[in-house]
Each structure stands twice: as C-alpha cells, then as structure tokens.
Design a protein around this ligand. Structure first.
Ligand code: BMA
Length: 816
C-alpha cells in the first residue's frame, strides 16, 4: 500500500514562520516564483537579484491523514526519490534522518512513527551555497569547475546548477522527486535484475528478484511478460521461508528485437512482478527491449576501434550531448521531454550523451529514449573539477551509483556507463605540474578506476564502463589521443581554428565538439526588451556565460559572412554560422567510417536549461535552431557530402543503412543566376554501413577569380528521381559571394506541402511565421536556382494553408 506525499506542501525561510504554498516535486525557486515572491530568474538579469535564495535555509512542511490501509501494514517506509540536497527530515516532531546527496534514493523505516489521524512531516534544507563556502579551505586538492560557484564539488548536487559556461548560477533546494509512504507486510521486492541470453532465434530472459523479508512466510513471486504483439508469458517461483531471492526464466522464440533509430523497430516487452502474500505492497513493472550490445575495441590499422554493436550490427553513433532541460529540473513536463527526445529522433539521431555535469535523468527520459531508439551514453555526475575524496564521499558515491544503476540498467537505450566528463583530461593535462597533482591523480583513480568500475560490474553485467570522456584506454595516459577511445575537440571554437580544421582530425569516436549561436528572436523576447537587443548589451551578455562567447561568434562571423544589418539578422547569421561549423565536422567524421576509423559524432550540445546564447541546437522551450535542421540533413542515413580544397571537390556518399544503396550522384557548377558551367553524374553503389568516395571533380578549368564569387557547386543524391540528400558549396567564403536578389515562388502542393522555387540561387533560406513557433520539415536550406524544395509543416494542429498568408521567407542576401 502506497500513500503519495506529492502535491501541496508549504515552505518558509527557516525560523521566519512565513509560509507560502509549495509544490512537490518542486524546488524553492519555482515555489517563490509561483507565490510572486521573486521575479522570474530567467528574465533580464534577475538571476543576480535572486542569488539570496540559494544563500538561505528553507523548510518544507505538510500534514497528512494516514491511510487506514497503510497503517494496517507490518512495515512502513518513507521513500524519497530525490532530496536536493542538505536535508533534515522530521516526522511528527522527531528527526528521522539527515541527507546530503541529491542523486540518492533514500528509504527510511518509519514503522510505528505514523499515527492514525493527522501526521506532520517537515524537511529542512540548509543553504547549499553557505555550506560549500564554509568548506572552501577544507581540502587544497579540490578544484571547482570554472564558471561555477566556488566549492561546488563539496556537495553531491547537480554540477550545472552552480553555473556553467551556458548556465546561470541558481543552485536550488527542495523535494525534487517524488516522496511517499510505502507499507509492506511479509516482504517487499527490493531489486529486480534481468539478464538476456540471445540465441539465433530465441532469447532467454532470466529475472532475479531480491526480496526483503519482514516475516518467514512462504512467498510466491509471479512474473508476467507481455510482448509487443500482446503475447503473454507467465511464470512463478515459490520462495521457502529462508530464501530472499526469487528467480523466473522466460523463453522468447522469434523475439522482436529492439533497434536504435534508423536500424529497425523499437520493440518493447513489459515485465510485471508481484509478490504474494506481499500485503499488497507494490509490485514492480519494467519495460524491456531485447537486444545485444557490445562496445567493440579491437586493435586495428588506426590504433584501437571504439564503436557500439547492437544485435551484431555496428552502429555509427549520431547525436549530441544532453544537459538537463531546465535549471529547475523538477518542472520539466512530459510534453517537454517528449518534444526533446522526438526532436532527436526526427533529426536522425541515434545517441544522446547524458553529460556528467547534469543529473541522472528522470524515468520519463529513458522511457522516451527506449521508444524513439535513442542510445544513451550515461555519465556519472562528475564534471570538469576535482572532487574531495574521503571515506564518507566514497561511500556516498558508491550508494549513489548503486541507486542509479539499479534504476536505469534495464532500459534497452542504455549503451554505456561513463565515469565523468573531462576529469581525466584535467588530472593528466590541465593541472599537470600543479602542486600535489600526483595525489590528485591517485584520488581520481580511486573513484573512476577502482570504485565505479567495480560497482558497475557488480550491478550491471550487460553495460560497458568507460572511465571518463574523453579517455583513450590506459589510465592517465593521453586521454585526448585520437587513435583510441573517444575524443573532445575544441580547437574550432575555443581555439579559433577555421571549420576546415575538423578535417585534420580522425577521432575514433567524436563525443564532443561544438559551436555557439544566439537563440532565436522568439526566445530573446522572453528575456530581453527591445532596447537590449544588441549582442554586447548587459542583458545579452548576462545570457552568454562564456566571457569570450559573443566575441568568438563575431570573430567567426567576420571570417565567413557579411556583418548583419540589424540584431534579428545577427541572430539569423549566428545560427547559420553554427550550423555550418558543425556540418563541417559531422560530415567529415561520417565520411571516415570505413574500417571503423571514426564511428560516432556527438556534437556539443543538444539542448539548453534556460534562454541563453550557447552551443545548443534546441533552445530552451524546444525551438529548433538552424543547426537542428542542419543535423537532420547531415545525419540522414544516406548522405552526399563534399570535401573541397581549392578547385578540387571530392564527392562522397555515406550509407548508414543495413543494406547496400544504389542510386545516382549529380553535380552542377552553376552561376547564382542558374547558368550551368559544368555538370556530371555518376551511378553509385554503396555497400551497407560504408562510405564511398564517388569522384574527385576538378573544376579548375571553370573557376577564375570572378566566377569563384558568382558560382556554387550543387550536388545531390538521387534514387528513381527522388532527391535524398543535397548540398551546396561555394569557392569563396559566403561573405564574398555576389548573391543576387531573388524571387521565391511559394505554392501548396496536393499533399499540403509548401513548395518553394527561386529564380536565382538563395542560400540558407529561413521560413518563419512572426509570433509563432512553427516547426517545419526543413528550414535554413539552400535553394538552388530553378529547383523546387518541398517543406511540410510539422507543428501539431497547424497545416500549410493556415500559415501561408503569414509566412516570411528570407535568405542570406537579406541579412546585410
Ligand atoms: C565541454 C563540456 C562542457 C562545456 C563545453 C563548452 O568541455 O564538457 O563542460 O560546457 O565544453 O565549453
């Protein structure tokens, strides 16, 4: 019997007796906001005005009438799925526990402490900022991540909330996940482990359940497995009085396998477990996907491979780095999660890296990744700093790891457990030569090379462990090496290298590279008044957390584009610039998949946690930037791409499908007014999972100084006249192209798609409906002279006809 304690609570500053309504799950900032006690921290520079909230102690309270059914149980537990962070829990006036780890799931035996009639629960949260500030001098080896409130590694609390180079400094407090009373009689199911053994045409599913007993009654563990087609298997196990483990086995013939997005169906099975007599204590339900997974690291010509193999098929990982979808994660709605994960699948992604500076995600996140076929590279929550290491910390981390591994491990989307973000890089390179770095390395190894791999091996035998991102393969040896393991590459952006620098690097698995842009005008409007619409205004700079961020955008913009005529055009060009940067990298690594030389490309970063200028392709609120549309194109399973140097262009077709592809590649060198200077065509056959260098086209005979500024190369991949992929390149930076004014004809075709045809070539055509966030099937695309592009409206409840009158179309020519 379960009695939820979620819902309406009250909160007050400790000692003030000034109670306002509070929501659970929730947090202090959103409670104060709802009560009108603070301004919206996301607007203007309010972030700074609400800093006091995190420097204050808060107490949450509520009363509840205990359910009769609950009181009738033999044992009652208080179960807390998430307390953020320094909590003291009091039940009917008695202190029952103190907690200090936001990532743990706590369970306290409160049998005999719940009364008939009214009960009172109170949870007090000490200020996280005051706590870490008081610890600052405790351990000289601790290093706080830059951009964060100093001292943050002293608390097991979401690193990003302390501030990041894309995130505000808003460490919050509260009951951030569900809380409940759960009563059990006789016994409860403590933990469920599922193991799959795959044969050629069948899968054995072994289910083991650990039982916590409160009596020596005989128990029956019943298990039901329901297949995606509704087929049901039932098994049960009788547990003698002295046993605390039950097991059942299922044999699934002709299983419907689970595949990542782009490789097949995401078939899911439902496993339900009940224990009788269990006093009605809650059973357990898990959704499973039947699949095998391997991280293949074989010595090869380039060093050592690094790629995931699912059901025997090597997967080229395409995706991005996920950060929490809100700085206040308790308020992320089902719709927001669904919109974000479906946007990943919609952009042809098959992997998200849950970066180690955020949170172990909500169940809804992993459920959606299962449904949409998005593999999850899951990190433990450590990032960029150096953490204190002592027996208490090690124990807290051990329990945190167990809690989260047990919660997540059965998801078919789970591909990898990774120890941390960039900390191996830190102890090997960033802090090399600093005082006591040897000791720092020794402590680092205790968590990431000893403790966590042991816990993962004990708790999740099916998922590989990887100590850090990036990492090569030997502890503390060259973590950023290109020949082994995964890599982070930041010379483009932080290092000011041109986009083409990506092409000089062949990481085995590119887990981070990125480029910033401004958020769309719709998002800017949510935090800035028109008088602040200038990149260097105080408000715009408050929503740019990398000191040199806007200057870097301008630096790259000046190298590639004409300086935009106004702020909305600055926003537009910054997004086009970002999309181009990442396209250069992603296409390059996809072209190099043969021989498994590079088998993944995840850009930094997928989403935002508030409205800000950042590396994301999805804005806070879910709006697709130009980069997200570009990702849909450059991650398409069949891609035509070009690598140009001077007048030679190498045309490639990359095929990520599980079958060979036959079709045609067309290219045409044409003037911006459509006059064709040269063209060619090839029939291609591209084996499954490979890249083909189609041709090296030498255009030197056609390109003189003048034509370089007036011509583009258009290349496309076709099958039966259907255009599957298309690209355009110019032989001078876009800023030097002599782009003509264009006339774009807009129609609606019989399938309700918007059809766009331009008399002359238009680059980076943007469709928008002022005042509305309309999602299109494509946007920010090139429109070569005389060709038609078809675009559908993908926002629910809208169709092309509704918006046609309001549609605004512009392109690069309109930006200056
Ligand atoms: C990477 C990430 C983040 C950071 C990003 C941009 O190193 O792991 O820490 O936000 O770079 O600087």
């Amino acid at each position: 019997m379960v009695q939820s304690l979620d819902g309406a609570w009250q909160v007050s500053q400790t000692g003030k007796d000034d109670w306002i309504p509070a929501a659970v799950p929730g947090c202090i900032h959103t409670d104060l906001l709802t009560a009108g006690r603070i301004p919206d921290p996301f607007f203007g520079d309010n972030e700074y005005a609400v800093a006091w909230v995190a420097q204050t102690d808060w107490v949450y309270r509520r009363t509840f009438m205990a359910d009769e059914g609950l009181l009738a149980e033999e044992r009652i537990f208080l179960e807390c799925d998430g307390l953020d962070t320094l909590a003291t829990i009091r039940l009917n006036g008695e202190e029952i526990a103190r907690t200090d780890n936001m990532f743990r799931r706590y369970r306290f035996d409160v049998t005999g402490k719940i009364y008939q009639g009214e009960n009172r629960i109170e949870i007090e949260f000490a200020s996280p900022v005051n706590y870490v500030t008081s610890k600052l001098d405790d351990d000289p080896l601790v290093i706080s991540p830059s951009h964060s409130i100093p001292g943050s590694p002293y608390l097991r609390k979401a690193p990003y909330q302390w501030g990041w180079d894309w995130g505000p400094k808003l460490p919050t407090s509260g009951i951030w996940r569900s809380i409940r009373l759960a009563g059990y009689s006789a016994a409860r199911i403590e933990d469920v482990r599922v193991t799959q053994v795959h044969g050629r045409t069948r899968v054995e599913v072994h289910v083991e359940a650990d039982i916590e007993r409160f009596s020596d009654a005989e128990l029956v563990l019943k298990a039901t497995l329901t297949g995606p087609d509704g087929m049901v298997w039932e098994e049960q196990d009788h547990l003698e009085p002295d046993t605390t483990c039950g097991a059942v086995d299922f044999l699934v013939e002709d299983p419907a396998l689970w595949w990542p997005n782009g490789y097949g169906e995401q078939s899911l099975y439902r496993l339900e477990l009940t224990l009788t007599p269990g006093g009605g204590g809650p059973g357990r339900g898990l959704r499973l996907g039947l699949r095998t997974l391997e991280l293949r690291q074989d010595p090869d010509d380039f060093g050592k491979s690094f790629y995931f193999v699912i059901n025997g098929v090597p997967i080229f990982a395409k995706g991005a780095n996920w950060i929490p979808a809100d700085v206040f994660p308790s308020r992320i709605t089902d719709e927001q999660y669904r919109d974000l994960i479906s946007s990943a699948a919609n952009a042809n992604m098959n992997m998200l890296r849950v970066w180690g500076g955020g949170i172990y995600e909500d169940e809804r996140f992993y459920d959606l990744c299962d449904e949409f076929g998005i593999l999850v590279w899951q990190e433990f929550m450590f990032s960029c700093g150096h953490y204190p290491v002592n027996p208490d910390v090690l124990e807290s981390v051990r329990l945190e790891a167990i809690d989260n591994i047990r919660r997540i491990r059965h998801h078919p989307c789970l591909a990898l457990w990774c120890g941390n973000n960039e900390m191996e890089w830190g102890v090997v390179n960033w802090w090399a030569g600093t005082e006591n770095n040897d000791e720092r390395q020794r402590r680092y190894k205790m968590i990431f090379h000893e403790l966590l791999p042991k816990v993962v091996a004990a708790e999740d035998r099916a998922t590989p462990y990887w100590p850090s991102s990036p990492y090569s393969s030997e502890p503390l040896v060259n973590p950023t090496g290109e020949n082994e393991g995964d890599g982070h590459y930041w010379d483009v952006w932080h290092g000011r290298q041109p986009f083409t620098a990506y092409r000089r690097h062949y990481f085995r698995f590119m887990s981070e590279f990125g480029f910033e842009s401004l958020p769309s005008m719709e998002t800017v409007r949510t935090f800035a008044e028109p008088e602040d619409w200038n990149m260097t205004s105080r408000i715009m700079e408050s929503h740019q957390k990398l000191e040199v961020g806007n200057a870097l955008i301008l630096h790259y913009m000046a190298s590639n584009f004409r300086i935009p005529k106004d702020f909305p055009m600055m926003v537009y060009v910054s997004q086009v610039l970002q999309a181009e940067a990442i396209r250069y990298g992603a296409e390059h690594w996809r072209r190099n998949r043969n021989g498994n030389r590079c088998m993944g490309t995840l850009y930094w970063q997928f989403n935002d946690c508030w409205p800000v200028a950042s590396w994301s392709s999805l804005e806070y609120g879910g709006h697709w930037k130009a980069l997200h549309y570009a990702a849909k194109r450059f991650f398409a399973p069949l891609l035509v791409s070009a690598e140009e140097s001077e007048c030679i262009v190498k045309l490639h077709v990359t095929n990520d499908l599980m079958e060979a592809f036959g079709g045609d590649v067309h290219w045409s060198l044409e003037k911006l007014d459509g006059e064709v200077l040269a063209q060619g065509q090839y029939a291609v056959n591209v084996p499954a999972g490979s890249d083909l260098l189609v041709s090296e086209v030498d255009l030197s005979g056609h390109l003189d100084e003048q034509t370089r500024r007036e011509a583009v190369l258009v290349y496309s991949l076709l099958q039966d006249d259907e255009r599957l992929s298309q690209g355009m390149l110019s032989f001078v930076p876009s800023k030097h192209l002599e782009l003509p004014e264009v006339m774009v004809r807009v129609d609606i075709d019989e399938l309700d798609r918007i059809s766009l045809t331009s008399d002359k070539t238009a680059r980076f055509v943007m469709l928008e409906v002022p005042g509305m966030d309309v999602r299109f099937s494509d946007n920010f695309f090139d429109l070569p002279a005389g060709r038609t592009i078809l675009v559908s409206v993908e926002s629910p409840e809208l169709d092309a006809r509704d918006i046609l009158g309001k549609l605004r179309i512009m392109s690069l020519r309109d930006s200056y």
